[in-house]
Design a protein around this ligand. Sequence first.
Ligand code: SAM
Length: 346
Amino acid sequence: MPLPSDSPALDTFGRALRSLRISVTDRCNLRCRYCMPLEDYAWLPGEQTLSPEEIARLAEVFTAVGANRVRLTGGEPLLRRELPDIVRRLAANPAIEDLAITTNGVLLAAQAQTLREAGLGRVTVSLDTLRPDRFAVITRRDELDRVLEGIAAARAGGFSPLKLDAVIMRGVNDDELPDLIEFGKRTQAEVRFIEYMDVGGAIEWSPQRVVSRAEILSALAARYGSVTPLAEGGSAPAERFRLPDGTVFGVIASTTTPFCRACDRSRLTADGMWFLCLYATHGVDLRGPLRSGATAAELAAQIAAVWRARADRGAELRLAQRDRGVFVPLEQLRRDPHLEMHTRGG
Ligand code: SAM
């Protein structure tokens, strides 16, 4: 029998299974240099993509084992035509206390209202730069205006708190920290600066391109004065800080200051592979048992058993590695698209 969600499965480090990221598609309409720098990829076969009903069924099993937060991601989740249906089904699950999405925002203006009505709770938009020319260089698409319209639509649609995620890369956008903070103030959104990670797909990554948490904080302190950490703890990836005028921002420092010890996240790909860590090289196939008729109790037992054996702490192991270079070479990514960040979701 599934466990009740108030006693979540615990892994070998005592970390609870709580946050589930569901990638609803591996397709994307941008080609960000730090994630999908190539034009074409080996895509997951369409017939293997989980249907909205299958996603909802698996989510129900995950909530029986402890999951209480779901984030929809991709690829670009707004490219999935059935997204409102997926949201509606997940919103109807009372064990999901927080239902959020991470999107690049390009298609958000057209969809924000529908998604709100379907029951989506929160939106995070990825926004690395406010300069159109730079946006085109980073994402290889000239879409900044549509992203800004999307952010405005999300705000108008009542999504709150609205978050903006910016991957900071040395020599690319590290001079825009205050501009992004000011934009966040104007749009009433919380900006989170993400350290450039050497995840699968980041084939241009090098340690020299990483702007560390320490550098981000000192650049903001130089501009605004003191930067005060908020004493929060918990399992959220972002550490939050306050500027003297009360503005709150976050830093996600997975590269230089990993937070594996508090990690309660796992990831389900659009074709039903379950990954216990962003750096995991192997996943657990849940589509197979789901499609061959496994009951909810059988799936819950499998998920709980796998989680209890979890010992992943990929970002910490990467940090301990000397001569750190690209995590997964291009040839290997071509052979196994599940290793790509855009397949397992950020
Ligand atoms: N398409 C959506 C978007 O752009 O937000 C969702 C998928 S994207 C893979 C999710 C998150 O992963 C984004 O915030 C993106 O910036 C982040 N990401 C991708 N590659 C990264 C890298 N190499 N380092 C840090 N963050 C990365």
